[in-house]
Design a protein. Structure first.
Length: 331
């Protein structure tokens, strides 16, 4: 039988395990022009939370009682197509099912030379591209400048900081545990890191970590953490607005400090983006990320949890900061 995970209820606030439902169906048989795919790795991502609301956004909401979808690496088990053969590995936005059919649309072949397919969900996938494109296209950092990144020990943030170092910048990360502070300074070579959960005065802690002020703020979290960074901006600062995870589970948008005066007096540019805005840059970005990996200039972390049944809990754990680097479920 084939296990499937459906969205059963739209979460109100923080999602719960009871918002998901497990179902079973027959393993499908591929017809003409179809492939049978077996799921190997499932990406769980903060943005999936937005798709659980019944809101108009840049991507349609999940439908109730229908399977959740996310980035997945799968193996072609059998093929009735000429462009994919059995044994190929593919990547695409697929359904949370152990087995599923595909007509080849929206999936791309990935190789397994390094025996490390999960990297196509992280460093060589959506989150690596987000870090590279958001930082280089909007942040446009110059050597000697200071970059601050929030969500720094996560999939996007850990890559942003390392690219900042490669480009000759001072890099400061903001994260939620002392272990992650150490990880940022040792494995990822950040110059400084700040624990937002233990600092009494985050504005001052960031100011102390950035004696020359902040030129680029790569914002993964929004809310109060971001306000504390904006209070340390230099003139002409750039702010790639990548994510607002601190607000994703708010039922009503909280009213908070107003950021406009801080941006105005520092002549700063804040620009939101969705990674697909930069799809024309992907081939060059992947080449660059691969080169840096091969040269040993870039590294990555993955938190890999085993088992199809653990997908919903692993998704929930993103909001508790239980991951270092990319959060992935291995089937
Ligand atoms: P991630 O950082 O690997 O995982 C989420 C992390 O967020 C957690 O580990 C946790 O780390 C932190 N977090 C959770 N709740 C928080 C809160 N209330 N306040 C502050 N931090 C909190 O996830 P990711 O995939 O790399 O994504 C990072 C951000 O980028 C997300 O906002 C995501 O939606 C966004 N994103 C945007 C795009 C785009 O196209 N614009 C693409 C990919 C991702 P701590 O332990 O440090 O709290």
């Amino acid at each position: 039988m084939n296990k499937v995970i459906l969205l059963d209820k739209r979460p109100l606030g923080k999602p719960l395990l009871s918002d998901f439902k497990f179902d079973v169906e027959e393993v499908p048989v591929p017809g003409e022009g179809q492939l049978l795919l077996k799921t190997l790795y499932v990406s769980v991502d903060p943005y999936l939370r937005g798709r659980m609301n019944d809101n108009r956004s840049y991507i349609p909401p999940f439908q109730l009682t229908k399977p959740i979808q996310s980035g997945i690496i799968a193996e072609v088990v059998s093929s009735n197509r000429t462009d994919f053969k059995s044994g190929d590995f593919v990547s695409g936005i697929l359904e949370w099912k152990e087995y599923q059919l595909s007509e080849g649309k929206g999936i791309t072949r990935v190789d397994d030379i390094a025996g490390n397919l999960s990297k196509y969900l992280g460093i060589l996938g959506m989150t690596g591209l987000t870090a590279y494109c958001g930082l280089t296209e909007i942040g446009v950092p110059k050597a000697g400048e200071t970059i601050v990144v929030s969500g720094a020990a996560g999939a996007v943030g850990s890559v942003v900081g390392q690219i900042g170092k490669i480009l000759g910048c001072r890099v400061v990360g903001i994260t939620g545990t002392d272990e992650k502070v150490q990880l940022l300074k040792t494995k990822f070579k950040f110059d400084q890191a700040v624990n937002y959960k233990t600092e009494e005065n985050l504005k001052d802690a960031i100011g102390n970590a950035c004696p020359l002020g902040v030129d680029v703020y790569f914002d993964n979290v929004g809310g109060d953490i971001s306000y504390a960074v904006l209070e340390n901006l230099n003139k002409y600062a750039r702010i790639p607005l990548c994510g607002t995870i601190s607000l994703y589970n708010e039922v009503k948008p909280p009213s908070g400090p107003r950021i406009q005066p801080l941006l105005l007096v520092k002549s700063s540019l804040m620009r939101g983006f969705i990674i697909s805005d930069f799809s024309d840059k992907f081939p060059q970005a992947i080449r660059q990320l691969m080169n840096w990996l091969n040269e040993g200039k870039l590294t990555f972390s993955e938190t890999i949890v085993d088992g199809f049944d653990n997908i919903p809990q692993t998704f929930l754990d993103l909001f508790e900061g239980k991951n270092e680097g990319k959060m992935i479920v291995k089937i």
